[in-house]
Structure formats: structure tokens, C-alpha cells
Design a binder for this molecule. Sequence first.
Ligand code: ADP
Ligand code: MG
Length: 226
Amino acid sequence: TEELLRKTEKLHVAGQLAAGIAHEIRNPLTALKGFVKLMCHASEESKMRYYHIMQEEFNRIELILGELLILAKPQAVAYMPHDPFLILEEVIQLLNTEAIMNNVEIILCGDSTLPTVNCERNQIKQVFVNVIKNAIEAMPLGGILTITSLKQGNDVILTFVDQGQGISEDRLPRIGEPFYTTKEKGTGLGMMVSFTIIEEHHGCISYQSKLGVGTSVNIQLPASEQ
Ligand code: ADP
Ligand code: MG
């Protein structure tokens, strides 16, 4: 019965998520339909303006679907041993331009000889991207993001400490809720996706934060058996 309960729970979550996705995509779609109608009789000048808005709405749909697609597993799920430090280095390289443009310095320190982690590489990469992006976005005036890695027992622990605006205590539990965002152009999907991925990897992710001081994100992943 416990299994059944878990399945029912999962279905419930899936239903809520589906409703959320439908809602989030219907909004830009409704806008697009409206503008297509307007386009027929619009002056050249208005057309250019509408064209611009429509492009933004298409981008929004693309962004939402892009974030969700990472949850759809690749055809053959291949959990393979990977070095999390190498994945981190790759992600930092990927996001470094964005960091520099925002006056954010990313420092990677700690154990570079970590044990491997059994994982779907692209998914773990996506988690790191999501967490690091959030840290950059939390520091609009710039700052330092310190990433530390260490081995603890049979686990690998990765910590991301930013000097951003922080999260108030009452908002902390809402992180990871589908579509929970405090950003004007946020989707509120990044952490929901990341929490799901870490859970599927039998890991743990937790937040600690202080308003005006910064946030620390802790990711714990089991090391693969040697
Ligand atoms: P999004 O980035 O699209 O808003 P996320 O799921 O990535 O969605 O994050 C949800 C919310 O959690 C953010 O809008 C923000 O309020 C909060 N958050 C996440 N990480 C941080 C952080 N490092 N510092 C401050 N707030 C954060
Ligand atoms: Mg985000």
C-alpha cells in the first residue's frame, strides 16, 4: 500500500505540474493569438512593435519548455561514473562570461581529487548551471561566488556560497515549488527541476540563507562504488 500511496502522490504532483505548465504556456499563447489578429490591420510602425513583443512571447515559451525538457530522460538512461569536479569546471567555463558581465567572480576551491559520482551527466550539469545562475542573479551589483568541493564519508559535498541578497526565512521553504519565482523574467522551474534531479540521484540539496548577507546551497551526492 505504501507503494500505491507513493504512486498516487506522484500522480497528484504530476497533475499539479501539468496544470502549472498549461497555465504558464497559455498566457504567452493567448498574447500571441491576439497579436496575430492585430497584425492584419496594423500600420508598418505598429507591426514592428508587435513583432518584437511576439518574439518575446515565443522566447518565453521556449524557455519554459527548455527547462522542463531536461527532466525528460534521454532515450537510454545512462548513469555513469563521472568526476563532479570536472563537470563543475566545465559549467564554470560555460557561465564565466555571464559572471564577468555581472561583476561576479567565481572561485572554485577544495578537493580536486573527488571520487566519481554515478550520474546522468547532462542532468547534473544542468543542476550546477541552475544553482550558479541563481547565485549570479542574486548579486546584481557583483560579488564573489565561492564553490567548494569535498569528500565526506561515502559522499561528495558541493557548496555554493554567494554574497547576494539572500532569502528570508518564510520564503526558504518555497524554493523548488513549481513556478515559484521572485524575478520579473524568472520561470520558477530551475530549482524544481534541480531538486527532482538530485533526488533521482539519491542525493540531497539544502539551502541556508541570511537576508542581505548571502545564500549557501549544499549539494550532497553519493560517491559511486569503487
Ligand atoms: P528562477 O530563477 O526562474 O526565479 P528558480 O527555481 O531557479 O527560479 O529559483 C526560485 C527562486 O528562489 C528565485 O526566484 C529566488 O527568489 C530564489 N533563489 C534561488 N537561489 C537563490 C540565491 N542564490 N539567492 C537568492 N535567492 C535565490
Ligand atoms: Mg533560476
